[in-house]
Write a protein that binds this ligand. Structure first.
Ligand code: CTP
Length: 405
C-alpha cells in the first residue's frame, strides 16, 4: 500500500540534543515511506549526529551553514522553506523552541522555519525541569498560537537519568502524526462553510474602578477548541473574557469582552449565522448590584455587605433560540458530576456537555491539561484520559463532528 508520505517534501530540522540519535530512525522511516527529505541541522546538532550519516540516509546534502565555506555558495532558506510540504523539527531543544517563538534567526534551521510556507511540527526533547519551566511553556504556547503542531514529549527516563516528561516522542509515533497531518490535509474539511462561536475565559464584574469579582479561568480550553475548529475548516470566532492576547490562534477572530452582560451582547451579535456554539467560558454567575464610581476606601469601614445580582445565563438564553444549531456546554463540578452535567445539558438545550471534575488532578483552571467526559443529549457518553488541552479539544471535536454526520 502506498503511504500518504510518498513524494512529499519534508524538511527535517535537527537541533542539539541527545535525542538527535532518534532522528536517524525518523529519517529512515520517512525515506522508506517515500518522502523526499532535506535535513537542516543546527551547529550544536552536529555535535550529536554527523551530517555524513544524515546525508547518506536522505540522499541529499545536509544543510547547516548559511554559506559553503570554500565556495561561498549561499544556501537559500527561502527556497527550502518554499520547497517543503512540511517542516518537522525533531528533536527541538528548549533553546530552538525559544528561538522559534521569538524569531531569533541566528542559524539555518530558524531562518528556514521563518521562511516555511507550509505546516510546521515540533517534537520537543529536554530535561523534565526545562520542559516544565514557565519560560518553555510560554514559548510552547506562543508556537501553538502561531499554528505550530507540538508533538508532546513522553515521560520516562531522560538523558540526565532523571525520570519525567521531556523524552522526544518515538520516531514511529512522529511518523504517525505526520501521516495524520497529510491525511487530514487531503480529506475534505468537515467544518468547511460552518461558523463556530466559542465563549472562553472568565468574566470580570466590577465592584469599583479597581476591584472585580472574577475567577481563575485561563481561556486555554476555549482557544484550544478554536484552533481545532479552525483546523477543521470552520469560520471561527471566540468571544473572550479578559485573558492573554497571545492565545489567539492564527485565522481565528476574537471579540474581547469583560463582563457577562458584554459577553451576552457580543454573542448575540454573532449568533444569527452560527452553526455551532461552544460555551467554554466560566461566566461569573453574579455581579455587584452597583459599581462604585470611586475606589471604595477602607477607613472607618469594619464590615461591608456586597449586594449581588444574577448575571444572564448566556448559554441558556441562546439555547432558547437554538433552531438548527449544534450547542455544546461545559460543566465544572466538584461532586455529582454526571448528574449535574446531564441536568445542565437538558436545562440549557445543549446537544453535548463536557464534564470536567474538580476532583481530577490536572483538570482545572489554569492548567495545560484536562480530563473530560462528553455526554450527549442522546444519553451517549465518552471519557478521555488526562491529556493536553489541545488533545482534549481534538477529542471533543471528533465527537461533535461524528455527531454531525
Ligand atoms: N454559562 C453561561 N452563562 C452563565 C453561566 C454559565 O453561558 N451565566 C455556561 C457555561 O459556559 C457552561 C455552562 O453554561 O457551558 C454551565 O456552566 P456552569 O458554571 O457549570 O453552570 P451554572 O449554570 O452556572 O451552574 P452552577 O455554577 O451553579 O454549577
Amino acid at each position: 500500500m502506498s503511504s500518504c508520505l510518498s513524494g512529499k517534501h519534508i524538511v527535517l530540522g535537527i537541533s542539539g540534543g541527545i535525542a538527535a540519535y532518534k532522528s536517524v530512525y525518523l529519517l529512515r522511516l520517512l525515506v522508506k515511506a517515500g518522502a523526499e527529505v532535506q535535513v537542516v541541522i543546527t551547529p550544536n546538532g552536529k555535535e550529536f549526529i554527523t551530517p555524513v550519516t544524515l546525508s547518506s540516509l536522505s540522499g541529499n546534502p545536509v544543510i547547516s551553514e548559511f554559506f559553503t565555506a570554500n565556495t561561498g555558495e549561499w544556501h537559500s532558506h527561502v527556497d527550502i522553506g518554499q520547497w517543503a510540504d512540511l517542516m518537522v523539527i525533531a528533536p527541538a531543544t528548549a533553546s530552538t523552541i525559544a528561538k522559534m517563538a521569538n524569531g531569533v534567526a541566528d542559524n539555518m534551521l530558524i531562518t528556514t522555519y521563518l521562511s516555511a510556507k507550509e505546516h510546521v511540527m515540533v517534537a520537543p526533547a529536554m530535561d523534565l525541569d526545562m520542559w516544565a519551566h514557565p519560560a518553555t511553556q510560554r514559548n510552547i504556547a506562543t508556537l501553538r498560537a502561531d499554528g505550530v503542531d507540538i508533538i508532546e514529549p513522553g515521560s520516562g527516563e531522560l538523558a540526565s537519568h532523571l525520570c519525567g516528561k521531556g523524552r522526544m516522542e518515538e520516531p514511529e509515533k512522529i511518523v504517525e502524526a505526520i501521516e495524520e497531518y497529510f491525511r487530514s490535509e487531503e480529506a475534505p474539511l468537515p467544518l468547511a462553510g460552518k461558523k463556530v462561536m466559542i465563549t472562553a475565559g472568565p468574566t470580570y464584574e466590577a465592584i469599583d474602578p479597581v476591584r472585580f469579582i472574577g475567577n481563575h479561568s485561563s481561556g486555554k480550553m476555549g482557544f484550544a477548541l478554536a484552533r481545532e475548529c479552525r483546523r477543521l475548516g470552520a469560520d471561527t470566532v471566540v468571544v473572550a473574557g479578559p485573558v492573554n492576547k497571545s492565545l489567539t490562534p492564527e485565522g481565528v477572530r476574537r471579540v474581547d469582552v469583560v463582563t457577562a452582560r458584554e459577553m451576552l451582547a457580543a454573542c448575540e451579535a454573532e449568533f444569527e449565522d452560527t452553526d455551532i456554539c461552544i460555551f467554554a467560558a466560566a461566566v461569573a454567575d453574579y455581579a455587584p448590584a452597583e459599581c462604585a464610581e470611586r475606589k471604595i476606601k477602607r477607613e472607618n469601614v469594619e464590615e461591608m455587605d456586597l449586594r449581588l445580582v444574577r448575571n444572564p445565563d448566556i448559554a441558556a438564553t441562546l439555547g432558547k433560540r437554538k433552531g438548527e444549531r449544534t450547542m455544546i456546554g461545559f460543566a465544572l463540578e466538584s461532586d455529582h458530576g454526571q448528574e449535574n452535567a446531564c441536568r445542565k445539558l437538558k436545562a440549557k438545550n445543549f446537544d453535548w456537555i463536557v464534564l470536567n471534575s474538580l476532583s481530577d488532578e490536572g483538570a482545572c483552571f489554569n492548567t495545560d491539561t484536562n480530563k473530560v467526559t462528553v455526554f450527549g443529549a442522546d444519553s451517549s457518553s465518552v471519557s478521555f484520559p488526562l491529556e493536553s488541552k489541545d488533545k482534549v479539544a481534538k477529542d471533543i471535536m471528533n465527537v461533535i463532528v461524528a455527531g454531525l454526520l
